[in-house]
Design a protein around this ligand. Structure first.
Ligand code: PA5
Length: 375
């Protein structure tokens, strides 16, 4: 069970109201997801993962933002074992990166999982075009199409229409789950299953958190809210496991996109210790005092645990509020709990700040400007 080491002032009435709003929001589908998972879809995901593992040395996961950060975070953190390796593409518009991914696949057997809820985002669309061409050159059109897995909207969008027309295997991003809350849907579960992550355990962890994490998530949200009002406008997520770097990226997206609107929100930053104690350590200890630190405290070895202890004492001494989130285990169960805990805490926190946790008008502005320039 996730534990926190702080006791902020919690307004119970307001919390109840906010939780009700979240559960009934038209984008609040993730709230009950671990309890009401569509087991038919889950079986299809596992079947597709098996097929991909049997016929491919690489699975190219194409997607950006919420369509790739969550599964990448877990895969990088857990280093699961699978003969099929995951490659990422379509998370930038850098031609160099795209060429690199194409080169890495080379002559190996591969499949593609293209993930886009809207089905119209430019970065994944460009990468998908290139990888589709490569698939067709290697396997011919018919087999190429049988190696494409499209995770997108149920009814609309360019990707949806193409999947229907070409007969790609299709997985759905539920209408009521937004990109950054979608890791426990087919968006995350298909690549995770291919990579060898125990997705049953992951969902079990999330289901446990849905039962038990409301209290710690509420405390964490109120703590952030209180600190935000005292002028602490930056939160630094600190982990002591280098492999959780992408988990930090997922966190930054979750909080940045959910909270940063209406001139509100706490700016999310991250460090990985002890590595970053030799780069950011100075600032953390003695720089401008507008930040607080949230330690994601995984079970660890004795020596690393001493670093956690030293950082906590030193930074408290340096005048930084240090929050501690204790994770029960460094495995699928622990990450399942952590994902649900942070999703819930983030949604509550955004609501306390008075903003909608589930839209991203700023991202849409960029997408529209880019589309105009490209056309
Ligand atoms: O969280 C979000 O909604 C965004 O980060 C999206 O995931 C991202 O912009 C990609 O959008 P799409 O899945 O529609 O391609």
């Amino acid at each position: 069970m996730i534990k926190v080491n702080f006791e902020p002032k919690v307004d119970i009435e307001k919390t109840t109201e906010v939780l009700k709003e979240i559960a009934h929001d038209k984008m609040g589908g993730w709230f009950d997801l671990p309890r009401k998972f569509d087991m038919g879809e889950f079986a299809r995901i596992k079947e597709a993962a098996k097929k991909i593992q049997e016929e491919s040395e690489y699975l190219v996961c194409i997607g950006i933002g919420g369509s790739y950060l969550g599964h990448r975070a877990i895969i990088e953190a857990l280093h699961p074992h699978s003969e099929t390796k995951i490659i990422y593409a379509g998370n930038s518009l850098s031609r160099r990166e795209l060429e690199r991914a194409l080169e890495k696949v080379g002559d190996h057997d591969f499949s593609v999982n293209v993930i886009s809820k809207s089905g119209t985002t430019l970065e994944p669309a460009v990468a998908f075009g290139e990888f589709k061409k490569k698939l067709i050159e290697k396997y011919g059109e018919q087999e190429a199409y049988s190696r494409i897995y499209a995770t997108t909207d149920k009814k609309q969008g360019a990707l949806h229409d193409e999947a229907e027309a070409c007969g790609y295997a299709k997985f759905v991003v539920p209408d009521n789950v937004g990109g950054r809350y979608s890791v426990l849907t087919a968006v995350g579960l298909l690549p995770l299953a291919v990579a060898g992550v125990d997705v049953d355990k992951l969902l079990e962890g999330a289901a446990d958190a849905a039962e038990n994490a409301i209290e710690p998530a509420t405390k964490y949200a109120w703590m952030r809210y209180g600190l935000g009002h005292k002028g602490y406008d930056t939160e630094v997520f600190a982990s002591f496991e280098p492999s959780t770097m992408y988990f930090n990226e997922w966190l930054k997206q979750l909080f940045g996109e959910s909270e940063g609107k209406g001139r509100q929100g706490i700016f999310p930053a991250s460090v990985v210790y002890s590595t970053d104690l030799h780069s950011m350590g100075q600032f953390m200890q003695d720089g401008r005092r507008n930040l607080f630190e949230t330690i994601i405290d995984f079970p660890t070895d004795e020596m690393n645990a001493k670093v956690v202890q030293a950082v906590r004492v030193a930074h408290l001494d340096g005048g930084i509020p240090v929050l501690d989130i204790e994770v029960p285990s460094y495995d699928e169960q622990g990450f399942g709990e952590l994902i649900y805990f942070f999703e819930l805490a983030c949604a509550i926190s955004a609501k306390l700040f008075g903003v909608n946790p589930f839209d991203q008008p700023g991202v849409e502005t960029y997408k529209n400007e880019l589309k105009k320039l490209m056309s």
